[in-house]
Design a binder for this molecule. Structure first.
Ligand code: GRF
Length: 219
């Protein structure tokens, strides 16, 4: 059973989607928040999942906070660390510590709109499609190898809230999928930094990239 640690800062709906998905071969060992008031902590507790708070305001520097965070994360010996609405920029040291086993979800079609306020910026730019991206985390913000993306249309009467809700529904679909792929050992990263999706049980080095037909569901 692979140990999964999920980091949140607030609502935790992506964390909830991952927990509710019941990933085969994966166990959510802990949910850790940098904010004691994060609403998602109550959901985790009610599902018998260990919770911890590492309040960033109690630490004098980013490095000190990340050191404390790593200590708590490592108690659960995670195979995978999942950032799910975790609103802190991590130091390079922390990112490297979990190299290849740290995932994030970002509410845009990366590399468009890294950073904050993605839905407002998508509307301002007049893009016709928007979406969400699950990616491996690297030291450059919102830049790591892309695992999966979901696309939604931008409709004429959209405001940021309506667009965000449409994107969030897709986040809840693709994040559990990406975690399931990771847990079943199907993800690898090729030499130029692209993610490959191999068949279950594929030998290391024998990964293949399935081509998707227009009407084919990801699986
Ligand atoms: C999501 O839109 C996620 O993409 C972004 O922050 C939001 C978190 O929402 N990183 P939730 O806490 O998972 O409900």
């Amino acid at each position: 059973m692979k140990s999964i640690v999920i980091l949140i800062s607030g609502r935790g709906s992506n964390m909830e989607a991952i927990v509710r998905a019941g990933i085969p071969g994966g166990r959510v060992a802990a949910v850790i928040s940098n904010r004691p008031e994060a609403a998602g902590l109550a959901f985790a507790t009610s599902h018998g999942i260990a919770t911890d708070v590492v309040d960033h305001r109690a630490y004098p520097s980013r490095e000190a906070f990340d050191a404390a965070l790593a200590e708590v994360i490592d108690r659960y010996a995670p195979d995978l660390v999942v950032l799910a609405g975790f609103m802190r920029v991590l130091t390079e040291g922390l990112v490297r510590r979990y190299d290849g086993r740290l995932l994030n979800i970002h509410p845009s079609l990366l590399p468009s709109f890294p950073g904050l306020h993605t839905h407002e910026r998508a509307l301002e730019a007049g893009v016709r499609v928007h979406g969400a991206t699950v990616h491996f985390v690297t030291p450059s913000l919102d830049c790591g190898p892309i695992v999966v993306q979901a696309v939604v249309p931008v409709l004429p009467d959209d405001d940021a809230d309506r667009l965000a809700a449409r994107v969030l529904a897709q986040e809840h679909r693709i994040y559990p999928q990406a975690v399931a792929w990771f847990v079943s050992g199907r993800l690898s990263i090729d030499p130029v930094g692209r993610v490959l999706l191999g068949h279950e049980g594929a030998a290391p080095g024998g990964m293949i990239v399935p081509a998707l037909d227009d009407d084919q569901e990801i699986s």
